[in-house]
Design a protein around this ligand. Structure first.
Ligand SMILES: [Zn+2]
Length: 151
């Protein structure tokens, strides 16, 4: 494998998430492609090039509601904030692209039917341009990632 690194925008996101939920479970965290992401189309594969280095533009963050990191709360925050760095998110059998896809509006949920239902982690992909994937601008996250009751 060639040299690879993780998009700085996603590393910055993980630092913020860890600060908000320092005790969170990380069992389903991931960056570089692993057994869950064998498709060559996955952004977990470092297909984005920064010179000779491949850039992984996807990150998984474990759903850990009992330890302060509810992936549903994160998903809601991403969809509300519409951070321009995001390409798409996947959470709990649904996918939301930041642009309109297949008749669905930008950021609208669509059914996700991939082999992994993504109910143990949220997947975040950032766009393949350096201005997006390496932007370390603070992410707009809620003050707590604890479970938000559905009203
Ligand atoms: Zn993923």
């Amino acid at each position: 494998m060639t040299a690879w690194r993780v998009a700085k925008a996603l590393l910055a996101l993980r630092i913020q998430v860890d600060a908000l939920a320092p005790r969170r479970n990380k069992a389903s965290d991931g960056t570089i492609g692993d057994r869950r992401h064998e498709s060559s189309a996955s952004d977990h594969n470092p297909w984005v090039r920064d010179g000779a280095t491949g850039v992984v533009t996807a990150m998984d963050i474990t759903h850990s509601p009992d330890l302060g990191c509810d992936a549903g709360t994160l998903a809601a925050a991403f969809r509300e904030q519409r951070d321009p760095r995001i390409k798409y998110i996947i959470w709990n059998r649904r996918i939301a692209n930041s642009s309109a896809v297949g008749g669905a509006p930008a950021w609208g949920w669509r059914r996700y039917t991939g082999a992994n239902p993504h109910d143990h982690h949220i997947h975040i992909s950032v766009k393949p341009e350096p201005a997006s994937y390496d932007s370390q601008t603070a992410w707009a996250l809620p003050a707590s990632l604890k479970t938000v009751p559905v009203s």
